[in-house]
Design a protein around this ligand. Sequence first.
Ligand code: NAP
Length: 408
Amino acid sequence: MSQKGQKIIVNPDKSLTVPDFPIIPFIEGDGTGPDIWHATRMVLDAAVKAAFGEEKAIVWKEVLAGEKAFKQTGSWLPEETLKQILDHVVAIKGPLTTPVGGGIRSVNVAIRQKLDLYACVRPVRHIPTVPSPVKEPQKVDMVVFRENTEDLYAGIEFESGSVSAQKLADFLKTLGATVPPGAGLGIKPISRANTARLVRRAVAYALDKGYGSVTLMHKGNIMKFTEGAFAKWGYETAAEFFPTSTLTEAKLWEEHGGVAPKGKVVIKDRIADMLFQQVLLRPEEFGVIAAPNLNGDYLSDALAAQVGGLGMAPGANIGDKCAVFEATHGTAPKYAGQDKVNPGSLILSGVMMLEHMGWDNAAKALSKALADTVASGFVTYDLARQLPGSTLVKCSQFGQAVAKRLAG
Ligand code: NAP
């Protein structure tokens, strides 16, 4: 078996050509990152072997970011790391510490922005037996596409009492807008181009994976030209790029009596506060949800709570040139080096990575082995404390148990 490895290539139509031995850069992460990365790497290798034998394998390549990078290179996010990710198209990372007191605001946000990873994709599904605060968590099957480059992430702020805030307040007055004296001011940009590329990806995903709807989440009843425009541009994008495979919710009722023709994706929109209610009360009515940055942030964590919390919530940051798959939780520093925390979030992010590469058999095998291991009551501390009678295992033991199932 060649261990040399080759690069994944992005084709002009944005599909991927994945060699049998793709080189995939990884960032192991800070705090508990090395523990969960070690378990994740083991089960990813086992899943690929279970699905493809010796015919395919991932050739891992470590790249540096976070504390390890700072100690070795003096930079929290070396340019070389960004170059390697861009060059190799697909990468996976553990959580990274946010440095306190200057330098870089957040390494995680910097990776997303510098690589233009504009879609933060978070699937939310319940794994049987994982404790949940809702009665019917099995009804939750949603995928949030959160815009990753503007809105809050490109927010511009001026401090209360500063010269800049006063200048802006004076300028706003010339436009006919007044703000309370001495107010801190914030500006959030939402653009047509960035909304369109996100919604286009969300609709394509819904069609590809068989979801019945894409919901545009916004607060357009109040902020018409940012939040409201997000919904308007979202509808326009669906109509422009998917004219025959989508229909609006209005048309669904006017022309089809509320029953979508087979294979068609319904495009609907919901005001953010109402959507929070509806995903709790009628989760089965929602599939893919596209949201601006801040709304998507709140919603994806709230949905993760419905299926048992961040310990089992995967995520991916996807752009046109590359994608980075990551655990959605942080570094949980108090447990660092204790081989204790749940690697489920990073493992499920690895499942998303395999799907993204088109290695669906490996993805299915891994997701089943993970679910079966949890269902057998073999769980880390976070689940064990909520599951009476379960067997408490370490992070590495959980990984070994999943790998053993994959080996058959
Ligand atoms: P956190 O690391 O997510 O940890 C908060 C709590 O969540 C932990 O104390 C633990 O709860 C639980 N938890 C987290 N990961 C878990 C896992 N794998 N298994 C089981 N339980 C888990 O949040 P934080 O303490 O606010 O942040 C710590 C650092 O991580 C900060 O520097 C932050 O900036 C960074 N961060 C990074 C990312 C990222 O890399 N994408 C995301 C968020 C935060 P219990 O105490 O109840 O056991």
